[in-house]
Design a protein around this ligand. Structure first.
Ligand code: PLP
Length: 492
């Protein structure tokens, strides 16, 4: 992979004034080439397993501490599909049921306390139960519900705030989720350009719409996650290698491309990071071929730094998609924003005889979500708030790396803003070769084992694909370091 990175930077750099300002900025705590090389080195080593008797004793402790979760999960299996709503098994042998939380901490139904590094899939940028935000929304709840079809002032306030915060946003369209925002962006791009294809980088995630359900997480995994999706539904999705500008250039040159869509820091929020100047070059290429550049800021918008990843990277996409942290966990959270003339390709009002670009959603931009957006962005951009959360994350990365190197394990940590990545078994570094799929699955499964001592030590981690919030403190970081120390010790 590092070879591919080297190739990408060899390509000619053309500068388009609309692609960004100044030289590429390094967004993460380590250079992409170093992250990729270290992940590949882990993937080249045999998997390190926890000794069976030690794993058994961790499992016994987990069961002892969580009987109410076990009982609720048994009930859930009777009524929810496979007992859960989520694709990731967040802990083994069964998921925890959580009761309440505040800041960076949650308490499960058995009364156990955890530092939460999952944060509702990253949606809680401000942390759990932010008092100011909750008070503002609860006040509204007393008198307002939904005014679908009519407007509430909060829709305007929220849109104005998005435009203030995100440099690429000139106009906004609210939708119901991050996945809907990506679907809306694709539709708007097609309506605006009159073209059909969307280019997607292998391994990137843009919600679960049919057209995006191909090649997720592990670059090269193809239709592995595309059960229930007829291949014709992604026939206009063109996959390109995440480190090869020549691949992107060829796909654009083939014509009929409405947009290139990308996660800002690489697939799975930086798990397979881009070279630092990748976007500048990719945007220039897209524009050269008359295609739009869509940056999926669903995760990064409230985590990379103020103004999202495109502000941090100094680039100017045509459209951005937002979700998750935009409303700090309040529902119906999604928006597409960008250049006014492009956003206005989305139809509203009555069709005038031309094909109408329909984007709907009963709860899109409802007053409570819009108010949550307005207040969340207000708090997040208050001086020092996001910067301190990023500083807590950076400090945690340094301490984890010190732990891993003294513990003699090849693990490593890095971060993009408050997005924390703790690389343990590197399944996604096995790239592209279908015959390695069984090993990739085994490496994913091993992560579930690794999480048992981490959870027992009082930390919820999404298998190392973690997030911190503005509610996390240095004391929370201490607990995260201690939890990983327990894992390292078990592997010793
Ligand atoms: C980069 C990215 N885009 C889009 C989505 C979809 O957002 P949602 O789950 O709100 O539909 C996600 C969710 O994880 C994401 O990580």
């Amino acid at each position: 992979m590092s070879t591919d990175l080297a190739r990408s930077s060899d390509l000619a750099r053309s500068t388009d004034p609309t692609t960004g300002t100044g030289p590429a900025r390094r967004p993460g705590s380590a250079p992409a080439a170093e992250i990729l090389a270290r992940a590949s080195a882990i993937a080249a080593q045999p998997m390190r397993r926890i000794a069976p008797e030690r794993l058994e004793s961790e499992l016994a402790e987990f069961r002892r501490r969580t009987p109410r979760s076990a009982a609720l999960f048994a009930r859930a299996q009777g009524v929810l599909a496979r007992g859960s709503e989520h694709v990731d098994p967040l802990s083994s042998p069964y998921p925890l049921f959580l009761d309440h939380g505040a800041g960076g901490e949650v308490v499960d139904v058995d009364g156990n306390r955890y530092v939460d590094c999952i944060l509702a899939g990253g949606a809680l940028s401000l942390g759990h139960n932010h008092p100011g935000l909750n008070a503002a929304v609860v006040d509204l709840l007393r008198e307002r519900t939904g005014f679908h079809g009519h407007l509430d002032e909060f829709e305007v306030l929220a849109a104005e705030r998005i435009i203030e915060v995100f440099p690429a946003a000139e106009a906004v369209r609210f939708v119901g989720s991050g996945a809907e925002a990506d679907l809306a962006a694709a539709r708007i791009a097609r309506a605006y350009t009159g073209r059909r294809k969307i280019i997607k980088f292998r391994g990137h995630y843009h919600g679960w719409g049919d057209q995006f359900m191909v090649d997720l997480e592990v670059p090269g995994s193809g239709d592995f996650m595309a059960g229930g999706v007829p291949p014709e539904h992604y026939a206009h999705t063109v996959l390109v290698h995440p480190h090869r500008l020549d691949d992107l250039a060829a796909a654009l040159a083939a014509g009929d491309v409405a947009a290139v869509i990308s996660e800002p820091f690489g697939g799975e929020s930086g798990l397979v990071p881009f070279a630092d100047d990748f976007h500048q070059q990719a945007i220039a290429l897209a524009h050269q071929h008359g295609a739009l550049y869509v940056l999926d800021e669903v995760v990064t918008g409230t985590r990379a730094g103020i103004g999202g990843a495109h502000a941090v990277l100094g680039i100017r996409p045509d459209l951005i998609t937002l979700g998750k942290g935009l409303m700090n966990g309040y529902p119906s959270c999604g928006a597409v924003a960008g250049r006014r003339e492009i956003i206005e390709a989305a139809g509203t009002g009555l069709p005038d005889g031309r094909p109408f670009t329909y984007i709907g959603g009963t709860m899109s931009g409802n007053v409570l979500s819009a108010a949550a957006c307005y207040h969340t962005l207000g708090e997040l951009t208050r001086p020092g708030v996001l910067d301190s959360a990023i500083a807590v994350t950076a400090d945690l990365v340094v301490r984890l790396n010190a732990l891993f190197s003294t513990g003699g394990v090849p693990f490593f940590a890095y971060h993009f803003g408050t997005i924390l990545r703790i690389e343990l078994t590197a399944p996604h570094a096995l790239l592209v070769e279908a015959e390695r799929l069984p090993e990739i699955i085994a490496r994913r499964a091993l992560l579930a084992d690794y999480m048992i001592p981490v959870v027992n030590a009082g930390v919820l981690s999404r298998m190392g694909r973690d997030m911190l919030s503005c509610g996390h403190t240095r004391a929370d970081s201490d607990r995260v370091v201690n939890a990983y120390a327990r894992l390292v010790e078990l592997l010793g």
